[in-house]
Design a protein around this ligand. Structure first.
Ligand SMILES: [Zn+2]
Ligand SMILES: [Zn+2]
Length: 306
């Protein structure tokens, strides 16, 4: 990369595509040289040696080997293996942004790390979690089925079988609940999280071992405590959005005068900026979830490898 291009923050690159195997071979055979960002940032000391770097002709810059190996590690579960396709989206002196299908990565040139980014094109924020692959802003643009499914996978990963006290999910539960409340799906989201994060108490009861009755009670208690926590997060967020909107987006009725009912409370059936289903043009959360599920199944049928 020449001096002129690297002086811009993020320069959009021409469409360059290659496989993971080609990139690894390219770096393995490239000449040794440190990227400029590294030379700018790090001052050699006697007791410290930098990681190895090589010039990549495909990326147009020298890259630290640890960053490249971190990228390979993140792609290691890909079914295509070394044939996994990569595309350069953009680059600057500090990082190269790359895409692999829907997944996006920032290959660090100054720090040597590889960060997986939000899946929204052009977004440079990191994703919230391996199971929730968007930033807090773009969670709000994600279709409801994808959002709830991601939350379910994430909550399942936090489950500790037989240990309900340690199963309580943490980060990024608030972001997920806020995104769901904004699209009138808070209750659906809370149930998806609670049922995925804990053992099923009915299944525990079916084991028919009297000594485990305490576990059933503790699991129910932990689930209720989690429901309460999510409900409080939802109530605060719904109230915040309603106060920010002031009037109903549809009929201009003042929202703060709404009493408990289908448009108020922590789990309104309409978006917080609307007073009633007559004003909110969005279909119900259940309808949007089922539509997203059907779209996903159609995609799956059209691409068996997906
Ligand atoms: Zn984003
Ligand atoms: Zn209204």
């Amino acid at each position: 990369m020449d001096q002129e291009a690297s002086s811009h923050m993020i320069a959009t690159m021409p469409a360059v595509t290659f496989t993971l195997g080609e990139l690894l071979a390219d770096v393995a055979t490239g000449s040794a040289a440190a990227p400029r960002a590294w030379a700018d940032q790090w001052h050699p000391r006697e007791d410290w040696s930098p990681p190895p770097f090589s010039v990549s002709a495909l990326l147009g810059t020298a890259v630290p080997h640890p960053a490249l190996l971190a990228l390979a590690g993140k792609l290691s579960a890909s079914a295509a293996g070394m044939d996994t396709g990569l595309r350069v989206e953009a680059a600057d002196a500090h990082s190269v942004l790359m895409a692999c299908g829907e997944r996006r990565f920032a290959l660090g040139l100054a720090g040597g790390a590889c960060t997986e980014l939000c899946r929204q094109a052009d977004c440079e924020s990191g994703m919230l979690d391996a199971e929730v692959p968007w930033c807090a802003t773009h969670l709000l643009d994600t279709d409801l089925y994808s959002l709830v499914t991601a939350a379910r996978f994430w909550a399942q990963a936090s489950r500790r079988p037989g240990d309900p006290e340690r199963s309580s999910p943490d980060w990024p539960v608030e972001e997920l609940m806020k995104a769901a409340v904004a699209v009138a799906a808070g209750e659906m989201m809370a149930e998806a999280i609670v049922t995925a994060a804990f053992d099923d108490p009915h299944a525990l009861e079916q084991r028919d071992v009297p000594a485990e009755y305490g576990l059933v009670l503790r699991t129910r208690h932990a689930m209720d405590r989690e429901r309460l926590r999510l409900w409080e997060t939802a109530r605060e967020e719904a109230a915040r959005l309603r106060a920010a909107a002031g009037d109903c987006e549809g009929c201009r009725r003042e929202l703060c005068w709404l009493d408990d009912g289908f448009a108020a409370g922590a789990y309104p059936q309409v978006r917080p900026e609307y007073c009633s289903p007559a004003c909110d043009p969005l279909p119900t959360a259940q309808e949007r979830y089922l539509e997203g599920q059907q779209n996903w199944q159609t995609r799956l049928r059209g691409n068996p490898i997906f």
